[in-house]
Design a protein around this ligand. Structure first.
Ligand code: ZN
Length: 101
Protein backbone atom coordinates (compact mmCIF):
# COMPACT_ATOMS: atom_id res chain seq x y z
CA UNK A 1 0.00 0.00 0.00
CA UNK A 2 1.56 3.30 -1.06
CA UNK A 3 0.41 6.77 -0.07
CA UNK A 4 -0.17 8.97 -3.10
CA UNK A 5 -2.11 11.95 -1.79
CA UNK A 6 -3.15 13.71 1.39
CA UNK A 7 -5.05 16.87 2.13
CA UNK A 8 -6.84 18.34 5.12
CA UNK A 9 -9.79 18.88 2.83
CA UNK A 10 -11.52 15.51 2.92
CA UNK A 11 -13.71 16.16 -0.11
CA UNK A 12 -10.58 16.83 -2.13
CA UNK A 13 -9.11 13.47 -1.10
CA UNK A 14 -12.41 11.78 -1.90
CA UNK A 15 -12.40 13.42 -5.31
CA UNK A 16 -8.92 12.04 -5.99
CA UNK A 17 -10.04 8.60 -4.87
CA UNK A 18 -12.97 8.67 -7.29
CA UNK A 19 -10.62 9.71 -10.06
CA UNK A 20 -8.28 6.78 -9.46
CA UNK A 21 -11.09 4.28 -8.97
CA UNK A 22 -12.63 5.46 -12.24
CA UNK A 23 -9.39 4.40 -13.93
CA UNK A 24 -9.49 0.95 -12.39
CA UNK A 25 -6.96 1.66 -9.66
CA UNK A 26 -7.76 0.08 -6.30
CA UNK A 27 -7.38 2.56 -3.47
CA UNK A 28 -7.68 2.82 0.27
CA UNK A 29 -8.71 5.90 2.20
CA UNK A 30 -7.23 6.40 5.64
CA UNK A 31 -8.52 8.76 8.32
CA UNK A 32 -11.79 9.05 6.48
CA UNK A 33 -13.54 10.15 9.64
CA UNK A 34 -10.51 11.94 11.00
CA UNK A 35 -12.10 15.35 11.25
CA UNK A 36 -14.43 14.15 14.01
CA UNK A 37 -11.53 13.32 16.31
CA UNK A 38 -9.36 16.38 15.77
CA UNK A 39 -8.15 17.43 19.18
CA UNK A 40 -7.99 13.88 20.50
CA UNK A 41 -5.15 12.69 18.30
CA UNK A 42 -1.96 14.30 17.08
CA UNK A 43 -2.83 16.44 14.09
CA UNK A 44 -0.71 14.45 11.67
CA UNK A 45 -2.71 11.31 12.46
CA UNK A 46 -5.94 12.72 11.10
CA UNK A 47 -5.03 14.05 7.69
CA UNK A 48 -7.18 12.10 5.22
CA UNK A 49 -4.75 10.07 3.15
CA UNK A 50 -5.19 8.22 -0.11
CA UNK A 51 -3.25 5.03 -0.80
CA UNK A 52 -3.00 2.78 -3.83
CA UNK A 53 -3.16 -0.89 -2.92
CA UNK A 54 -0.92 -2.21 -5.66
CA UNK A 55 2.49 -0.92 -6.51
CA UNK A 56 1.99 -1.55 -10.23
CA UNK A 57 -0.65 1.19 -10.24
CA UNK A 58 1.60 3.76 -8.63
CA UNK A 59 2.94 5.38 -11.81
CA UNK A 60 -0.49 5.65 -13.34
CA UNK A 61 -1.97 7.00 -10.14
CA UNK A 62 0.67 9.71 -9.84
CA UNK A 63 0.12 10.74 -13.46
CA UNK A 64 -3.61 11.07 -12.91
CA UNK A 65 -3.14 13.00 -9.68
CA UNK A 66 -0.60 15.45 -11.02
CA UNK A 67 -2.77 16.12 -14.08
CA UNK A 68 -5.74 16.72 -11.79
CA UNK A 69 -3.75 18.97 -9.48
CA UNK A 70 -2.35 20.96 -12.40
CA UNK A 71 -5.85 21.36 -13.85
CA UNK A 72 -7.19 22.74 -10.59
CA UNK A 73 -4.50 25.38 -10.21
CA UNK A 74 -5.53 28.91 -11.06
CA UNK A 75 -3.94 29.72 -14.39
CA UNK A 76 -5.79 32.77 -15.64
CA UNK A 77 -4.84 36.27 -14.63
CA UNK A 78 -7.57 37.94 -12.62
CA UNK A 79 -8.64 41.44 -11.75
CA UNK A 80 -8.86 42.42 -8.11
CA UNK A 81 -12.41 43.32 -7.17
CA UNK A 82 -11.22 45.70 -4.45
CA UNK A 83 -8.61 47.84 -6.20
CA UNK A 84 -8.83 46.78 -9.85
CA UNK A 85 -5.21 45.63 -10.14
CA UNK A 86 -4.29 42.92 -12.67
CA UNK A 87 -3.02 39.90 -10.73
CA UNK A 88 -0.99 37.02 -12.12
CA UNK A 89 -2.97 33.74 -12.10
CA UNK A 90 -0.38 32.04 -9.91
CA UNK A 91 -1.32 34.27 -7.01
CA UNK A 92 -4.41 33.81 -4.89
CA UNK A 93 -3.99 37.24 -3.32
CA UNK A 94 -3.82 40.72 -4.80
CA UNK A 95 -0.21 41.93 -4.94
CA UNK A 96 -1.38 45.49 -4.45
CA UNK A 97 -3.95 45.48 -1.66
CA UNK A 98 -3.71 41.89 -0.33
CA UNK A 99 -7.33 40.93 -1.01
CA UNK A 100 -7.85 37.18 -1.53
CA UNK A 101 -9.14 35.99 -4.87
ZN1 ZN B 1 -6.33 44.68 -4.89
Amino acid sequence: MIKVFEDFNFSRVGQMQSLLEAHGIRTFLKNEFGSSVVGELPFVEVIPQLFVLEEKDLGHAKELLSAEIAASQPGEDWTCSACGAEVDGHFAQCWKCGKAL
